[in-house]
Design a protein around this ligand. Sequence first.
Ligand SMILES: Nc1nc2c(c(=O)[nH]1)N[C@H]1C(S)=C(S)[C@@H](COP(=O)(O)OP(=O)(O)OC[C@H]3O[C@@H](n4cnc5c(N)ncnc54)[C@H](O)[C@@H]3O)O[C@H]1N2
Ligand code: MOO
Length: 395
Amino acid sequence: MKSVDAHLAEILATVRTLAPLELELERSLGTTLAEEVSSPVPLPPFDNSAMDGYAVRAADLAAVPVTLPVIDDVAAGSDELRAVGPGHAVRIMTGAPVPAGADTVVPVEWTDGGTVTVTINQAAPTGNAIRRAGEDVLAGEVVLRPGTVIGPAQLGIVAGVGRRRVWVRPRPRVVVLSTGAELVEPGLPLGPGQIWDSNSFTLTAAVRESGGDGYRAATVGDDPAKFLEQLDAQLVRADAIITSGGVSMGAYEPVKEALAPLGTVRFEKVAMQPGMPQGFGVVGEDQVPIFALPGNPVSSFVSFMLFVRPALRKMRGLPAGAPETLTAHVAGSLRSPAGRRSYLRGVLSDDGTVTPVRGQGSHQLAALASANALILVPEDVTDVPAGASVQVIRL
Ligand SMILES: Nc1nc2c(c(=O)[nH]1)N[C@H]1C(S)=C(S)[C@@H](COP(=O)(O)OP(=O)(O)OC[C@H]3O[C@@H](n4cnc5c(N)ncnc54)[C@H](O)[C@@H]3O)O[C@H]1N2
Ligand code: MOO
């Protein structure tokens, strides 16, 4: 059987990093920066007040209280400024430019708040409450480097340096396609032998959480021709495709039956539990990667975490590899099939213990939903005693 590591290595060698494109700022959240962003001007662009108060000369505050005439009023955005001469005060608001001549700002709380004259009760040292030009960013300084993921604050600084559009690697568009004649759309009544489709919801959400844009395509039954039709229709808008179901050894395996003859998608057994049957390859003119995941709900989710998530990172232009693990102590004993790496579901506590959840079957989605970690049991280990040290992946 193929090892988990070999399967991931093949996937990462096949998927390509998406080409950069220029996007409106509003559409750039969650994308990866593909250029160096620098500021054309210093930030702040001019010396300005950090507080509401009075701009004065510090030398005039040698003996307080002192009363000074208020010769002007400047708000943020003011552009016609009167210089502050000796013995003068200008009422100033937060963010307003500091007028020439003034070298300190006295907060309004230290004064009587006058508008014709002001009595200042407490002296402020030179430079008090003044934010200097370039204190945040110098003119020409790089504020973001390529490879940075654009979150709210990063989007903010791009706007803050005056940019409206930005070169980024986009969020991968991933179409999720469930197969199975037994599947019914949640919200509709179940007939005999039917179950509600959960995988397409889990996988679409997992794509979003992994920095992609997930699209749920309509479920297809067990007909390989219908599956190919649906796949064809979806390919135009996809950077990657995920399917669930139809990859094992049964009589009706539409994904395997449709894709195996193409010769570009391989169906194999990977030495893991859950998630043993896996399909991966490329389809269509553009060689779009396709992940044919097993239908069991826990199997498809675990497969996503181990194989699709790292692939999405590579597509986004981020460092990609096996999920990070941390060491924990297992609260109960565990069993694992020989020759397969197990990913058992557990609850990881703050004290570093991980408790296996009840219900470790590949179909037990409720048990998965109660877990926050996967517990790894290596291929050559079949029994793990309670208290043993294990590697876990946070979910
Ligand atoms: N003779 C063998 N049988 C099976 C093998 C094997 O090696 N030999 N492997 C088993 C393993 S392991 C897995 S995993 C599954 C994989 O099966 P498929 O990928 O072909 O998936 P299906 O048969 O379509 O479904 C399996 C299971 O999952 C349920 N399912 C499917 N899609 C959804 C969905 N969208 N939402 C919720 N549940 C779904 C489906 O009803 C089945 O119960 O094969 C084993 N068999
Ligand atoms: O490998 Mo299957 O994924 O056990 O249910």
